[in-house]
Design a protein around this ligand. Structure first.
Ligand code: IMP
Length: 179
C-alpha cells in the first residue's frame, strides 16, 4: 500500500465492477433518450472514462468545472470556472461527479442546468458521503459506494491536486494534511 494511505476502501477491480453496474442501469433508463453526460472536472475523469464504456445507448459527453474545495475543506461557495460547450435545453442530462459530500456543488450545478431548461437532470456519483450533507434533500439517483465521513483520495479524487492517478480509492493519512 502507498505510504500516504491509511486504508484502501475500494480496489480497482471493485470500482470497475461498480461502473459496469451503474452503466447497465443508465443504459436501461436512457434507451432512445441520447443523454448528455456532463462531467464535473477534474475529479470525474477516471470515473467517467470507466463508466461510459458500460453505457450501451447513444449518449454525448461534455464537461464543467465547479469548485468549492480548498485542501480538505469546502469553502461553501461554488464557482463555475469552465462551462459546457453543448446547449442542454431540451436534453436529458446526467451530471457525473466523483463524490457528493455537502451536496452544495451538485445542487448549484443542478439548479443552473434546470434554469437552462434541460428536460431532465440526474446525478451519478462514484462515492456518497451522506454524513457531510448540508443540503439534506439532495439524493443522487445513481451511487457507486456510500462511505464514512473520511477524506479519501484516488480514482480522480485529490488532496491539493495530488493522488488523482491512484487506480483505487483510499483514506488519506491525517499526517499528510495535519502538517
Ligand atoms: P460538496 O459540494 O461538499 O458535495 O463537495 C463535492 C466536491 O468536494 C467533490 O467534487 C470533491 O472535489 C470534494 N470532496 C469532497 N469530499 C472529498 C474527499 O473525501 N476527498 C477529495 N475530495 C472531496
Amino acid at each position: 500500500m502507498d505510504n500516504f494511505i491509511e486504508e484502501i476502501l475500494f480496489t480497482h477491480e471493485e470500482i470497475v465492477k461498480k461502473c459496469k453496474e451503474l452503466g447497465e442501469k443508465i443504459t436501461k433508463d436512457y434507451q432512445d433518450k441520447c443523454p448528455i453526460l456532463i462531467g464535473l472536472l477534474k475529479g470525474c475523469v477516471p470515473f467517467m472514462a470507466e463508466l461510459i464504456k458500460h453505457i450501451k445507448c447513444d449518449m454525448e459527453i461534455d464537461f464543467m468545472k465547479a469548485s468549492s474545495y480548498q485542501g480538505i475543506c469546502s469553502t461553501g461557495t461554488v464557482t463555475i470556472t469552465k462551462d459546457t460547450s453543448t446547449s442542454v435545453a431540451g436534453r436529458h442530462v446526467i451530471i457525473v461527479e466523483d463524490i457528493v459530500d455537502s451536496g452544495l456543488t451538485l445542487q448549484q450545478v443542478t439548479n443552473l442546468l434546470r434554469d437552462r431548461k434541460a428536460t431532465s437532470i440526474e446525478v451519478v456519483v462514484l462515492l456518497d458521503k451522506p454524513a457531510g450533507r448540508t443540503i439534506k434533500q439532495f439524493k443522487p439517483k445513481y451511487v457507486g459506494f456510500t462511505i464514512p465521513p473520511k477524506f479519501v483520495v484516488g480514482f480522480g479524487l485529490d488532496y491539493n491536486e495530488l493522488y488523482r492517478n491512484l487506480d483505487y480509492v483510499g483514506v488519506l493519512k491525517k499526517s499528510v494534511y495535519d502538517k
